[in-house]
Each structure stands twice: as C-alpha cells, then as structure tokens.
Design a protein around this ligand. Sequence first.
Ligand code: HEC
Length: 143
Amino acid sequence: MNKYIMTLLVAASSSGLALLAEPPVAQAGAKVDFEKQMLPVFKAKCFKCHQKEHTDEKGALKKPKGGLVMDSAEGLKKGGKESKEKTLVAGKADESTLYKSVMLPVSDDAAMPPDGKGDPLTDAEKELLKNWINQGAEFGAWK
Ligand code: HEC
C-alpha cells in the first residue's frame, strides 16, 4: 500500500469516528430525543394555543385551539377536532397534519402557527419534526 492511500484511509476512518461522536442533531439517521429536542420546540411555538384547558395568570379560561392538546402524549395521539388520529400518524410525517400544518405557506389558513400569531418553525425544526414522526413518534418516558 502506498503512502497516499494510507493517508486517505486514515482520513476516512477518523471522519467516520467524528460523525459517531457528534451530539444528536436533526439528521435523518440520528434518533430524535422527544423530550430533549422536540418538546422545547412545541413549548416555544405551539403551547400558547395548544395546552390542556387551564386558567391563565389573569384568570381567563384557555381552551386548546382546534381541540388539539400538545402538552401531553395522550393529547398528541388523540389529535385535534378535525384531523383526529390523522394529526399524528406515527411513521408518516407526510400524512400527519401536525407536520403538514407547519409546512404550509403562512398565507394558508391552516398554516401553524397562524400568520402573525407566533414565530414559524425554522428549517431545522421542521426537519426535526419530520424525523421524529418518521422514526415512529415515540415519547420516551414523557407523558
Ligand atoms: C396563536 C395560536 C396558535 C399557535 C401558536 C399554534 N396554533 Fe395550531 N391551531 C390554532 C387554531 C386557532 C387552530 C384551529 C384551526 C383554525 O381555526 O384555524 C389550530 C389548529 C391546529 C391543527 C389542526 C387540528 C385539527 O384537528 O385539524 C394543528 C395540527 C395545529 N394547530 C398544529 C400546531 C402546531 C404544530 C403549532 C406549533 C408549531 C401550532 N399549531 C401553533 C392556533 C394556534
């Protein structure tokens, strides 16, 4: 084996190791950790309107919009009033309105969050949501 090939092999194997050592990110192959990665996105961008019925700090009664409760695994599985079990179809992001709604142009009435009512998901967050659903939409220990 000549020296040039040796160098290539060493470079290839060390970059392989570097990939394995990387922290979990929104990659198709990397398993998404619901509580660590997905939940913070829901919290920041969806919980305002999609929590279990509760009274806010001003004492006003808040009902989950569209009947969709996103602060419990049960609520997410049950889905919204319209989409029901099509809200979250484990393994199929393209069939899940949870994913489809964030992919719509903001001008669409069904786009989430609704136009002007919250920050849209970043491309990385959309990718994360897609991967989490396609990997089976598992919640781990979270309920
Ligand atoms: C400012 C309030 C608000 C925020 C923030 C918001 N939504 Fe909604 N969402 C609504 C309303 C209102 C509806 C009911 C449908 C309608 O009237 O447009 C709805 C409905 C939905 C539905 C359809 C439910 C069904 O039964 O078909 C999905 C899915 C959804 N939202 C996902 C999300 C996701 C995911 C986020 C976060 C990225 C989010 N929403 C953030 C207000 C909000």
